[in-house]
Design a protein around this ligand. Structure first.
Ligand code: DGL
Length: 255
């Protein structure tokens, strides 16, 4: 085993989680694999998603990583249990932040945005049965495609987001859960539609869990400096997009 932490997503979405991870764990070395060539996953069948996860996560296992973060809600819901049963290393997944949104909720409603697959799988159904009061699940139709094509901050993105959210304009929406790791890249557009809603996503929870698991198993890196390597099943353009998105997040953080 070497000192790498593997990150997996269907595409660019997990870059939002990777950014949080490098902030919290600056000494770690990260290897990110995005299956952009096959994204989006969220409207595929469970069998297809599982087969793609097996192949994509196989890329991480080949590098003998010390832990795996499934930086994708869809892949977590479809594949995390299978991987945990097989892998001998810590496997950390994503979870739509319905619990924190429910705990912070006062009197209004919570809009829970995620992919079709995430909303239909048992993990989300379990969360809904525990914390689903006044929570409205909603597919972010077309959101992943917009982010994958590098158009997150365009008028086209705003129009897509507005079209999906418009039916809820008259609801007392108090908070919005971004239950897909691509959606934080659309947070500006979502915020423009519901300026008073609080936004919740699972990034920090996942990375804190990663840190806890590494600590417990004595796997935290003590070396100076960390690194990030990104690979994709997509082309060089999407690879450049992933580096750019990561840089943008760094700049936003220091602004
Ligand atoms: N980032 C994935 C998620 O969190 C995106 C899904 C997709 O490829 O449709 O669900």
């Amino acid at each position: 085993m070497n000192d790498l932490i593997g990150f997996f997503d269907s595409g660019v979405g997990g870059i939002s989680v990777l950014h949080t991870a490098r902030t919290l764990l600056p000494r770690e070395n990260f290897f990110y694999y995005g299956d952009n060539g096959n994204a989006p996953y969220g409207n595929k069948s469970l069998e297809e998603i599982r087969a793609l996860c097996k192949a994509g996560i196989g890329q991480l296992l080949q590098r003998d990583v010390k832990a795996i973060v499934i930086a994708c809600n869809t892949a977590t819901a479809a594949y995390a249990e299978i991987l945990r049963a097989e892998a001998e290393i810590p496997v950390i997944g994503m979870e739509p932040a319905i619990k924190p949104a429910q705990e912070a909720r006062k009197t209004g409603e919570v809009l829970a945005l995620a992919t079709q697959a995430t909303l239909s799988l048992p993990k989300f159904q379990r969360l809904m049965s525990l914390y689903g009061d006044h929570v409205i699940p909603l597919v972010g139709e077309g959101f992943v495609e917009i982010v994958e094509s590098g158009k997150a901050h365009t008028q086209e993105a705003f129009e897509r987001v507005e079209a999906v959210l418009a039916p809820y304009r008259d609801h007392p929406i108090e908070s919005i859960v971004l239950g897909c790791t691509h959606y934080p890249f659309l947070a500006d557009a979502i915020g423009r539609c519901f300026p008073h809603a609080e936004i919740h996503d699972g990034r920090m929870g996942t990375v804190q869990q990663l840190r806890r698991r590494l600590e417990q198993q004595g796997l935290l890196s003590l070396a100076e400096g960390g690194s990030i390597e990104i690979q994709t099943s997509g082309g060089s353009e999407v690879l450049a997009l992933m580096h750019r998105l990561l840089e943008d997040l760094k700049e936003q953080q220091s602004a």
